[in-house]
Design a protein around this ligand. Sequence first.
Ligand SMILES: CC(=O)N[C@H]1[C@@H](OP(=O)(O)OP(=O)(O)OC[C@H]2O[C@@H](n3ccc(=O)[nH]c3=O)[C@H](O)[C@@H]2O)O[C@H](CO)[C@@H](O)[C@@H]1O
Ligand SMILES: C=C(OP(=O)(O)O)C(=O)O
Length: 437
Amino acid sequence: MSSLIVEGGHRLQGNISPQGAKNEALEVICATLLTPERVVISNLPDIADVRNLISLIEEMGVETEHIDNNTVSFSAKEIDTEYLYSEQFRKKAQSLRGSVMIVGPLLARFGKAILPKPGGDKIGRRRLDTHFWGWQKLGAEFEYDELGKYYNITAPNGLKGCYMLLDEASVTGTANIIMAAVLASGVTTIYNAACEPYIQQLCKMLVRMGAKITGIGSNLLTICGVDYLGGTDHKMLPDMIEVGSFIGVAAMTGSDIVLENVGIDDLGIMPECFRRLGVNMEVEGDNIHVRQDEIYAIDSFMDGSIMTFSDAPWPGLSPDLLSIFLVVATQAKGSVLIHQKMFESRLFFVDKLIDMGAKIILCDPHRAAVIGAGKFHCLHSTNMVSPDIRAGIAMLIAALGARGTSRIQNINQIDRGYERIDERLNKLGAHIIRSEE
Ligand SMILES: CC(=O)N[C@H]1[C@@H](OP(=O)(O)OP(=O)(O)OC[C@H]2O[C@@H](n3ccc(=O)[nH]c3=O)[C@H](O)[C@@H]2O)O[C@H](CO)[C@@H](O)[C@@H]1O
Ligand SMILES: C=C(OP(=O)(O)O)C(=O)O
């Protein structure tokens, strides 16, 4: 099991740019299946999830050309739909969450798809009802194959647009329904659609490919189906969760770091939330400058009550950022309640932070109260195993700010979503060694 050995307590300094967004990458790579023409995607992060998804669609017959480390062209001229029924496909699809989004495009273009249980973080229930309900509304049928353990989804009479009100603003669910609806006949209206920047990016890319979508950026999308989509070039946004992770690294290590080209207009309320934690940072054009600071103090609400950070569908705070806020709060002065509403198994990693000396009460699976001890009570090192991608990065942030040397195991969880994180942080002065033991 690979691990990171982290010598904490070093201040970092310098400039760093975020990678392209993992969750956008998974959507737009799946969207390349909608056209036989060439689609070139740039600013793709070189991370395990993206490599696995590209290899999955290559095995389905998509031709790819790696133009440079972060730019790939895709040509889905011919797709071997029989491959979907192979054991190999099912195994690979189960390695990442994003694989669920190949269903929408395949259903739209070929009228059939299969869905094995997708992978991704084990952070609580991750139901797919919204996806299935949306496809069904468009006219698809599905049955479960007990033997193969997958859903067989077909559209025997093609897909037909309709009005739908989603039961929840599921991100991958919305992406999947959009990708099915762009080639359906007639008009599809999706209300309570997820509308985060990566969904907006997907829609903008589809529009450049010839799709007719209005309402982009809102939770009411209207899609007028077309017969054919063509190729395009698409540049991905910076990864907002990585931006948040780097702000967290800077705050915990008391470092002066400039985050370059963060895509400030698409970060939502995240920078303001770091300010509420007391992190001293300035927006300079499209950069965020986190200033070296010994002390950061958590705000309280206007009535003096304890600050709460909770997740909500966009433009609320992403649930993927809460583990990062939580770890940063351990070294702030003051208290904060972290309320993870969407997922129920994402906060258990706080046990490890408690071992490191952090003052945290896990109230229940969804809520943790953090009593920030300030930098005077430095965390101490420990050995830990990363249970999921964001707990993993939070552990890395804790280890960088702690006294002594920590070991983080199961770092393939971190590598799923962070490109060469050890190398990039070492360039700023971190002391991280990757070990294959
Ligand atoms: C590959 C990918 O893009 N993964 C992201 C995607 O996962 P994913 O698309 O799987 O997550 P969903 O948006 O479907 O929902 C996440 C969880 O939140 C709950 N929920 C969702 C919407 C809502 O209005 N109310 C509600 O309670 C769902 O029941 C589910 O338990 O979105 C999540 C929520 O931003 C992120 O954590 C994941 O990083
Ligand atoms: C939960 C996450 O990812 P995934 O949906 O790919 O498991 C995440 O990126 O924090």
